[in-house]
Design a protein. Structure first.
Length: 290
């Protein structure tokens, strides 16, 4: 596992300015890595966040569980022009009260998208009802600038539903008006259902996949796992992702992974496929024929 400190390539006002000022014409989008499963994605003037964590993660004894600090405060993040925050499920490194509540208060027009079973939690932590969007698997969410986002079921080791049959964990397929498709996996293992569903999309511009895996020791501590490095590489090839970006390996003590294992496997078994290990705060440009 990766057990070392990391530093931000870009943070604070420099990153905030880049998020707010980046603008591209038709056919180009921008992706930023915000740590763990956190990403910012911008298409034309629409800026969205996936699973951001801009506050501390603390253990029961009050010590931090983060390897590195947040790049800026939630209130500062809310002023960068973000319109939507997509949360994949209600674990603290994906739907973090210390992040989404201050963001919602600082920007009343901001929408927080959560799986339908997490709406109650979102309300209980203080997100105003009018700012919450309940996400249901396979019910596409229309967005500005001609973009859409389709939630699909995610198996955080297993598929879980509430009493209404709604999925508790979701992955998101974000599509720009230019036809670029970006898959944000959230937390999930690989299942035949996931692979078949993604193959129906006929390829992705980019796939953002967790690589921290799972093991007996972590399960004993109640840490639910994801796909590992090899599985993520295999999935990216199976779904014809033009670019794969590994994530969910670097923020939380005791739940990391060495991304070089992913890189080594990609080079050994998929030498013709493209991957990129983003630095914290790094921007990457995406095009329809990336």
């Amino acid at each position: 596992m990766m057990e070392q400190q990391r530093s931000w390539y870009k943070q604070g006002s420099a990153l905030l300015d880049e998020l707010s000022r980046t603008f591209f014409p038709k056919g180009v989008a921008a992706l930023w890595y915000l740590g763990q499963s956190g990403f910012a994605l911008k298409s034309k003037e629409l800026l969205v966040f996936f699973d951001p964590v801009f506050a501390d993660l603390q253990s029961k004894d009050g010590t931090t569980r983060r390897y590195y600090p947040a790049p800026f405060s939630p209130e500062e993040a809310a002023q960068a022009g973000v319109s939507y925050v997509f949360c994949s499920h209600d674990h603290l490194d994906h739907l973090q009260p210390g992040t989404v509540v201050p963001m919602a208060k600082a920007q009343p027009r901001l929408k927080i998208v959560v799986p339908a079973p997490s709406v109650g939690k979102a309300l209980s932590i203080g997100i105003p009802e009018g700012q919450i969007i309940a996400a249901h698997a396979e019910q596409t969410i229309g967005l500005p600038d001609g973009c859409i986002c389709t939630p699909i079921p995610a198996a955080h080791e297993e598929y879980e539903t509430d009493e209404k049959g709604d999925q508790k964990s979701l992955s998101y397929i974000f599509q720009t008006s230019d036809g670029m498709k970006i898959f944000h996996a959230g937390d999930t293992v690989i299942t035949p259902e996931l692979t078949e569903r993604l193959q129906r999309e006929k390829g992705f511009t980019a796939a953002l996949l967790p690589i921290n895996g799972a093991d007996y020791k972590r399960r004993r501590r109640g840490v639910i796992g994801n796909m590992n490095s090899r599985e993520a590489a295999d999935l990216s090839a199976d779904i014809n992702a033009d670019l794969v970006v590994p994530c969910h390996y670097d923020m939380v003590f005791g739940n990391g992974e060495n991304p070089l294992h992913f890189a080594e496997y990609m080079q050994a078994y998929y030498p013709g496929r493209k991957f990129h290990m983003l630095s914290l705060g790094e921007r990457m440009l995406l095009t329809a024929n990336n």
